[in-house]
Design a protein around this ligand. Structure first.
Ligand code: ATP
Length: 392
C-alpha cells in the first residue's frame, strides 16, 4: 500500500511496542507503552463481499485518529470491529496490547457515540449518562459524582432531570458524549457524530469534542466523510478508499503531500494537470501539459524525458491576476464564488481543462468571462506517476 508506513510507527519497533528486557533478562510487556488499538492485516467480509482488505494501523494512546473516506469505503465496518459488533475474517485486533478475541464484548471498555444520538427517550439525562456506570455496579454516590463531572465537561451542568426531547440536537449529542466518557473508556469510538447537526453547531462541536478528548486523554477513533472535520480535529488521518488504506499521516502530511491521486482529489479537490516530462533542470522538471502549455514542478528525484506525470496543485497555491509565480498560465474565469476575505474561481486554461483557485482577495474580484493570469511556483506542486502514486 502506498505510504502506509505509519503502521510501523509504534507497532514494529520493539521499544515502542512495549517489549522491554527486565532486570532478570525476561521480556516484560509494559502495558503503558502498548498502542491503544492495533489492527494487523485485518479483512472483513459480508458474505462474499469484502468490505475491508488488509487493514493495518497502530494507534497511540491518547491520540485522535480519523478514518476518512467516501460513503461505503469501510470506515464504520472497522469501527464496529473494535467494539465486536462485526467479526473479522482475517488478521488481529488488539486493545491495549490484548487481542480482542480474549476479551468478551461486554468487557471491552469502549465508549460509543453515533450520528443518531441513540439516547433513551424516556429516561432523564441523569439516567442516560449513568447507564454505563449502573451496568458496572458503581456505587450510587460515585455515580452521582461522575455524572455531574461528565455533564460539566460537556457544558450542560444542571440538566440531570431533563428528558432528551427537551434538548436541542447539539445538546443531545453532548449528552451522548457524556454517556460515552463517564466510565473512562479505554477507547472512544465516534461514528459521524456531527452529521445530524447544523453547520454552526457542527463547528462548535468539533472544537468541543477535541477539547474534551485532550482533557480526558482518551484515545479516540473518529469516522467521517467530511474532510474539514478530519483536517481540523485529528492528530492522524487514515484516508480510505474501497476498503483499503490510501494514506496515513498528519493532517498537514495528507493535505500537502497526498500519496495518491485519490487522496489529492478527495482532500480539497486538487488541480490535476496531466503531462509529460520534457527536461530536467536541477531539482525541477519541465513538463509539457496536455493543454499545450509548459510548466516547471519540483521533482524529488531525476525524471526521464517522456515520463508520464500529473502535476498536482492545491487551489490555495494558485494566484490569480497581476503577479507572481514562475509558472504563468492564461485562462478565462468560468465561475466566481466570493467568500468575503477570499474567492474561489474556476478558470478554463484551454483544451477543456478547468482549474480551481482559492485566493485571498487583494484588490478587485475577477468576474465571470474575464481573462486572467494564473501563477504558481514549482515548489507548490506534487508530482504523481502514471499509476497515480506520488513520486518520492
Ligand atoms: P458510510 O459513510 O456510508 O457509513 P462507510 O465507509 O462507513 O460508509 P461501511 O458502512 O463500513 O462504509 O460499509 C462498507 C461496505 O460494506 C459498503 O459497501 C456497505 O454496503 C457494505 N456493508 C455494510 N454493512 C453491511 C451488511 N451488514 N451486510 C452487507 N454489506 C454491508
Amino acid at each position: 500500500m502506498p505510504d502506509n508506513l505509519e503502521r510501523s510507527d509504534t507497532a514494529l519497533r520493539p521499544a515502542a511496542a512495549g517489549v522491554a528486557v527486565s532486570g532478570g533478562g525476561h521480556v516484560a510487556r509494559d502495558a503503558a507503552a502498548q498502542p491503544a488499538v492495533e489492527f494487523r492485516d485485518i479483512s472483513i467480509a459480508y458474505g462474499k463481499f469484502v468490505a475491508v482488505r488488509d487493514f493495518s494501523l497502530s494507534i497511540r494512546k491518547g491520540s485522535f485518529v480519523t478514518l476518512l473516506g467516501p460513503s461505503g469505503c469501510g470506515k464504520t465496518t472497522i469501527l464496529r470491529s473494535i467494539a465486536g459488533l462485526v467479526d473479522i475474517s482475517a488478521g488481529q485486533i488488539s486493545i491495549g496490547g490484548r487481542r480482542v478475541d480474549d476479551i468478551p464484548i461486554y468487557r471491552r471498555n469502549i465508549g460509543l457515540v453515533f450520528q443518531s444520538y441513540a439516547l433513551f427517550p424516556h429516561k432523564s439525562v441523569f439516567d442516560n449518562v449513568a447507564f454505563g456506570l449502573k451496568y458496572r455496579n458503581v456505587p450510587k454516590a460515585e455515580i452521582a459524582r461522575r455524572v455531574g463531572k461528565a455533564l460539566e465537561m460537556v457544558r450542560l451542568p444542571g440538566s440531570e432531570k431533563k428528558l432528551p426531547a427537551q434538548l436541542s440536537g447539539g445538546q443531545q449529542q453532548r449528552i451522548a458524549l457524556a454517556r460515552a466518557i463517564v466510565f473512562e473508556p479505554e477507547v472512544l469510538l465516534l461514528d459521524e457524530p456531527l452529521s445530524a447537526l447544523d453547520a454552526n453547531m457542527r463547528e462548535e462541536m468539533r472544537v468541543e469534542i477535541k477539547k474534551i478528548q485532550k482533557q480526558t486523554g482518551i484515545t479516540a477513533i473518529f469516522v467521517t466523510h467530511d474532510q474539514e472535520e478530519a483536517l481540523s480535529m485529528s492528530d492522524r488521518i487514515v484516508v480510505m478508499n474501497a476498503g483499503r488504506v490510501e494514506q496515513i499521516g498528519t493532517p498537514e502530511e495528507v493535505y500537502a503531500t497526498p500519496a495518491t491521486a485519490f487522496v489529492a482529489d478527495f482532500l480539497g479537490k486538487a488541480n490535476m494537470l496531466p503531462g509529460r516530462v520534457s527536461a530536467m533542470d536541477g531539482g525541477a522538471a519541465t513538463i509539457a501539459l496536455a493543454t499545450g502549455k509548459t510548466v516547471k514542478a519540483n521533482a524529488p528525484r531525476p525524471l526521464a524525458p517522456g515520463d508520464v506525470v500529473t502535476v498536482v496543485v492545491r487551489p490555495q497555491k494558485l494566484q490569480v491576476g497581476g503577479l507572481a509565480g514562475v509558472n504563468r498560465l492564461q485562462g478565462r474565469v468560468v465561475s466566481t464564488s466570493y467568500l468575503g476575505g477570499s474567492a474561489v474561481y474556476e478558470i478554463d486554461i484551454g483544451q477543456g481543462a478547468i482549474v480551481r483557485a482559492n485566493t485571498l482577495i487583494d484588490g478587485k474580484v475577477a468576474r465571470e468571462g474575464e481573462t486572467v493570469e494564473i501563477g504558481f511556483d514549482p515548489a507548490g506542486c506534487v508530482l504523481l506517476d502514471d499509476k497515480g502514486l506520488r513520486i518520492a
